[in-house]
Ligand binder design. Structure first.
Ligand code: URA
Length: 229
């Protein structure tokens, strides 16, 4: 099965493990940042479903909070829902999601099983355009609260919007990957976004290296400030 997955990824034989809610769009209220920081999961889900903090609420079908194990060790953070995610209310269910699932399987992880998947933006930008800074600023408190509630042991930032938002930098992905960063003391690994990998097959090998680094970091955490970014 894993070989099949590797084959699908176009990564065999290199990718081998060693040792191995429907929105109520009309609700007008937008929670303040302090309020979001106190929310439990139910409140967060409702707040995202009824959020009007940025204009994206007008064009989305529904807010997409995230999916998975709320006690997960692993938190994967993408960019924003696309058309399929907007329709289904779950992150990464389209083509990029299939690749993400294969990437998870390559390190013996499964969506929902010790893994939580979220996006920086909870609402779909029309036409899948890039998120705007003001949209990210309006939406980020939800992700911050998700991290606080989940308390993952490791975060994987998928692509530049996740990396830039969580690390407060505008450095390139190629300069950010390959090292262990920290988000509020939680180790954070940067890798390519699966949608990018679908278009840039040559970088899949690098993404595999990033996943190995993530796995190794989770198993042997390096304290912040020691030999990392
Ligand atoms: N791309 C993302 O960044 N997130 C999704 O949920 C789907 C595609």
């Amino acid at each position: 099965m894993r070989d099949l997955v590797f084959h699908e990824l176009g990564l065999a034989p290199r990718w081998k493990l060693r040792g191995a809610a429907v929105a109520t769009r009309s609700a007008p209220a937008t929670a303040g940042i302090e309020e979001v920081s106190q929310m439990d999961w139910d409140a967060l889900r409702q707040a995202v479903a009824s959020c009007t903090a940025c204009p994206l609420y007008a064009t989305r079908t529904q807010g997409v909070l995230g999916v998975g194990d709320i006690h997960a060790d692993w938190l994967f953070v993408g960019e924003a829902p696309g058309a399929e995610e907007d329709a289904q209310g779950e992150p990464f269910v389209g083509a990029a999601g299939k690749l993400l699932d294969a990437m998870l399987a390559a390190i013996r992880l499964k969506r929902g099983d010790n893994v939580y998947i979220a996006n920086v933006l909870k609402s779909r930008p029309p036409g899948n355009r890039n998120p705007k800074p003001e949209e990210i600023a309006a939406c980020l408190p939800y992700l911050v609260r998700q991290v606080q509630l989940i308390q993952p042991r490791l975060i994987v930032a998928l692509g530049r919007f996740a990396a830039h938002s969580l690390l407060n930098t505008d450095a390139s992905i190629s300069s950010l990957r390959g090292q262990v960063h920290h988000y509020h003391g939680i180790p954070l690994i940067v890798t390519y976004h699966p949608a990018y990998l679908l278009r840039n097959l040559a970088d899949k090998a690098r993404a595999w290296e990033d996943l190995c680094l993530a796995l190794n970091t989770l198993n042997n955490p390096i304290p912040e400030g020691e030999n990392n970014a």
